[in-house]
Ligand binder design. Structure first.
Ligand SMILES: [Zn+2]
Ligand SMILES: [Zn+2]
Length: 363
């Protein structure tokens, strides 16, 4: 069928909306009419070529939410009309998938960045030419997508689909890191470096989990103000005095630090501010040279932990987050700014400049 999709090509500042062809779903796939999709920094970086390499032209987008319109013959868990939130792809067979840790699937990187199914095919084409259309197994900057049943998470009938897309990446990454990866317990302390959507989701999850001390660190005052409203107990402007200020707040150090930035000095500080046996979690690579001080880990029995997708299983964790949101315990909707799909250029720029914490394109 003919659909509208925002296509990323080399040399263009912003993806352009074009008409493209979408295949029918295969036996284990579903077609979803996208209602709304978030924009994540990974989309910006893959478009500009500063992130993981992706084949161009490609349709990016990996925070989609919508309605199932057609199901493959082998699909048993979803039916036409079901509301779904889309997550990343996973194989379903490897040890991590079997342990409900699909973000550490052996095929995660290929399913995220190759833009194709594992067999090298793509559900999208244009004028008979293949178009990369399986970015994070979804390519959701589009009116419709064909995705594996496995990566579509059924949500309650009355759930607000125009808000839910970011639960599939940014929000699950922040909240899952605290709840699933750290397993933070009541009374423990957390410092979050960088309070965009991922960091703010971590702060809301820490409050939900009963953390005693939740400190937000960022360069932008308006983000820090929002962090305080969402559960941070203190907020610090990031500068040369930050480590000293953190040591004043927690003289014995923090149980956990959560680094959402790519700044090498923050990687160092995120270890130095820890209590003995504390854990420093990070979600992206340092941009530029950074040397790990192994001594700082060894002396306090500290851990450095890479975290993808919050270590959470989307099929279990997204419904849980929606339930917390319904009860007013997880107000992630406060991070969302909506844009019409045809205003993708404005949304792109709001994401780049940070004027919107979490831009969402509404179809
Ligand atoms: Zn993302
Ligand atoms: Zn797997």
């Amino acid at each position: 069928m003919k659909i509208q999709a925002a296509v990323s090509r080399d040399g263009q500042p912003v993806p352009q909306i074009e008409e493209v062809d979408l295949e029918a779903p295969r036996i284990d796939e579903v077609r979803v009419r996208i209602v709304a999709t978030g924009i994540c920094h990974t989309d910006l970086h893959c478009h500009s070529g500063r992130g993981m390499p992706v084949p161009k032209p490609i349709v990016l987008g990996h925070e989609g939410a919508g309605i199932v319109e057609e199901v493959g013959d082998g699909v048993r868990g979803l039916k036409v009309g079901d509301p779904v939130v889309l997550s990343g792809g996973s194989c379903g067979l490897c040890p991590s998938c079997r342990a409900a840790r699909p973000t550490y699937c052996r095929d995660t990187m290929k399913l995220s960045f190759a833009g194709m199914r594992l067999d090298g095919s793509s559900p999208l084409s244009q004028h008979g030419e293949r178009l990369a259309g399986a970015f994070f197994a979804q390519s959701s900057f589009a009116s419709h997508v064909v995705v594996p049943e496995r990566s579509a998470v059924k949500v309650p009938e009355d759930a607000p689909l125009h808000l839910l897309g970011p639960l599939g990446c940014g929000i699950i990454t922040g909240a899952g890191s605290v709840i699933e990866a750290f397993r933070l317990r009541p009374g423990q302390s957390l410092v979050v470096f960088g309070v965009g959507s991922v960091g703010l989701a971590a702060i809301m999850a820490a409050r939900l989990s009963g953390a005693s001390s939740i400190v937000a660190v960022d360069v932008a005052q308006e983000r820090l103000d929002l962090a305080l409203q969402l559960g941070a107990t203190a907020a610090l402007r990031s500068d040369t005095t930050t480590l000293g200020a953190l040591q004043e707040i927690e003289p014995f150090g923090f149980n956990f630090s959560f680094n959402t930035t790519a700044a090498p000095p923050v990687y160092t500080m995120a270890i130095e501010c820890l209590a003995n046996e504390g854990t420093a979690g990070f979600v992206t690579r340092p941009q530029g040279e950074w040397a790990l001080n192994v001594g700082a880990l060894l002396a306090g029995g500290r851990k450095l932990q890479g975290i993808l997708g919050g270590s959470a299983a989307p099929q279990l964790f997204i419904p849980l987050l929606i339930d917390h949101w319904r009860h007013g315990r997880f107000p992630f909707d406060r991070l969302v700014t909506q844009f019409a799909f045809h205003d993708i250029a404005a949304a792109w720029s709001a994401c780049t400049t940070g004027s919107a914490v979490k831009p969402v394109l509404v179809m």
